[in-house]
Design a protein around this ligand. Structure first.
Ligand SMILES: C[S@@+](CC[C@H](N)C(=O)[O-])C[C@H]1O[C@@H](n2cnc3c(N)ncnc32)[C@H](O)[C@@H]1O
Length: 559
């Protein structure tokens, strides 16, 4: 039955012929049919998004912003050094990674790097290097680009763990706390390369020392040399400092949060909900290389068999989805697919199977009138549209105009714009008692995104416990508004890409308490039974299903 090469989930793929995978597709390859399987909440996301747009649209402005930020904390950047100096000694991928990490941490940029232009984006990154460090290196080749993606993603994921190690190898806490940002990033990169990527340690030490000397000063190079050499010795003698998982739950959570590099509040929450073993498995999943899925765009007449032929031609390993007829899974090779233009031509989209299964729960049928209440950038809208086969309609509402524009462009690209109409509005204002009613109403609500942390390296550090409380209120308000749009006998589907019960089961329970004209329609007729909870909800879980986490409830309005 299976045609492809089996997938494996190794921590590192740099030794394979892998291609780099950007961590934030919707932004890095917008308008190319890359759709957001992740759905992150308005609360923080818009802020970061706005910053990110600012940084990518106004590179020079951002460069000077960051230099001044760094200077104020370190006093070590000298704008006078911003000449066109070419340095061929420093390894390009380390210089780019260090600057990229600084941009993400200080400038709020996203953790994306590569887009469909591949090398073009590398040039862009070299511009940042020059503005920040005062020199260029040689141009990035494909291997460098892969390494940058690997190093940036890994260093972000493992930040808490790496900082624990660096702190324990510094003379004292003050040395660590007062460390200038660039020096810290260089050390993190070195630690990650030696400890997690297991690259040849002395080469890593030499290269990072060189970077610190050239980008900062000789003394910084000496510091990097001393600390990294200590690390190498400890690693060789198998005596790396690791916190012990002991004491009460709080202490255990702190130790686990360091070992598996997650925020303490998340670990505590998951230990309460899922228990120790599952929490560790979940964190291990979040720290491993993400698996991506492609959906063949049958709306444009491109079948999965044709997609498979293309992947074989491109020598990209894949597996057929076990759950969805239009999907294939792949752990490496996405950049090859992008560069071959398959997304640009609208032949396929990047969409996680967990998001595809939400559409199975909606079960769109030709002739139906559907409204997608939080639709942008359109992953589910477009998949639903392809199921309508040109008959019926989908209204796609979103409060975010920019994201909605991406949806419009992609709908045209996918050849489904005849059934999709966009509406830029706040759902809460749009849904009025006497407005049009629909057969199916999908509310893919803004959420924490806690189900998609393997694909979103920096999300775990941007989320706060308080966000969940704010989101809960927004989700209740949106559910209430969405319910107004359901015709008698119609269905309301509430979904998230979260694994947190407070955003999922609890929201549905709160809704049903207030809306006695709705009842649960069990999801087992629409998705495989191992995805269906006792309460009849669809729930995908990274640990159980090796997919992103997602949730959907079908709520039937009595006729
Ligand atoms: C989870 S994402 C949607 C992802 C989308 N369904 C997909 O599959 O690509 C949530 C969306 O809700 C939108 N949103 C947030 N608050 C909203 C509101 N009050 N009214 C309408 N849309 C809203 C956000 O702009 C965001 O695009």
């Amino acid at each position: 039955m299976e045609v492809g090469v089996p997938l494996s989930r190794s921590i590192s793929t740099i030794h394979n012929t892998t291609v780099a995978i950007s961590m934030h597709f919707p932004l890095s390859i917008r308008g190319l049919g890359v759709v957001c399987s992740t759905c992150t909440a308005m609360v923080n996301q818009n802020k970061v998004s706005a910053q990110s747009n600012k940084t990518s649209n106004a590179g020079s402005k951002e460069g000077s912003l960051k230099i001044s930020t760094s200077r104020s904390r370190t006093g070590s950047f000298n704008p006078a050094r911003k000449s066109q100096k070419l340095n061929l000694e420093v390894s390009p991928h380390r210089a780019v990674s260090a600057v990229r990490l600084m941009r993400i941490e200080l400038g709020g940029a996203f953790a994306d790097l590569l887009n469909e232009q591949g090398k073009g984006s590398g040039d862009n990154e070299m511009g940042y290097v020059e503005r920040t460090l005062g020199f260029r290196t040689r141009d990035l080749d494909d291997r460098d680009l892969r390494l940058v993606t690997e190093i940036v993603g890994g260093t972000i994921r493992w930040r808490r763990y790496l900082d624990h190690m660096i702190l324990s190898l510094c003379h004292d806490e003050n040395t660590f706390r007062r460390m200038e940002p660039l020096l810290l990033q260089i050390l993190r990169i070195g630690f990650y390369e030696i400890d997690k990527l297991e690259m040849p340690p002395y080469a890593v030490v030499d290269e990072n020392v060189k970077l610190a000397k050239v980008a900062l000063r000789p003394g910084a190079g000496n510091m990097v040399n001393a600390v990294l050499r200590k690390l190498v010795l400890l690693k060789e003698s198998n005596s790396l400092p690791s916190p012990k998982v002991e004491g009460d739950l709080r202490q255990q959570a702190r130790a686990l949060a360091t070992i598996h590099s997650h925020p303490v509040w998340m670990v505590r929450r998951w230990m309460n909900y899922f228990g120790l073993e599952e929490t560790i498995k979940l964190m291990t999943w979040n720290n491993s290389d993400p698996i991506f899925s492609l959906r063949a765009n049958t709306g444009k007449g491109f079948t999965r068999a044709e997609l498979v032929m293309e992947l074989e031609r491109l020598k990209v390993p894949y597996e057929l989805s076990q759950h969805l007829g239009d999907f294939v899974r792949m752990s490496i090779g996405l950049q090859v697919v992008i560069q071959a233009g398959l997304l640009k031509k609208g032949f396929c989209s990047v969409q996680d199977e967990s998001a595809g299964l939400v559409v199975s729960v909606v079960d769109p049928k030709p002739g139906e009138n559907i409204i997608d209440c939080c639709a942008a950038p359109g992953g589910k809208t477009l998949f639903m549209a392809s199921r309508l086969k040109g008959q019926g309609s989908i209204r796609a509402i979103d409060v975010n105009k920019g994201r909605l524009r991406i949806l419009e462009e992609t709908a045209k690209l996918h050849g489904v714009n005849d059934v999709v109409t966009t509406i830029n509005a706040d759902l809460r204002a749009f849904a009025e008692p006497d407005c049009l009613k629909f057969d199916k109403v999908l509310l893919d609500a803004p959420c924490s995104g806690l189900g998609v942390l393997s694909k979103r390296a920096d999300l775990r550090w941007n989320r706060r416990l308080e966000d969940l409380e704010q989101l809960k209120n927004l989700q209740d308000e949106l559910l209430n508004a969405a319910s107004i749009l359901v015709k008698p006998g119609g269905v309301l589907i509430y979904s998230t890409c979260s694994i947190d019960p407070m955003e999922n089961e609890d929201r549905v329970a709160a809704f049903l308490l207030k809306h006695q004209d709705f009842c649960v329609d069990p999801a087992d007729r629409f998705v495989p039974s191992n995805f269906v909870t006792q309460d009849g909800f669809y729930s995908s879980n990274p640990v159980k299903h090796s997919l992103d986490g997602a949730f959907a409830a079908r709520l039937l309005r009595r006729g």
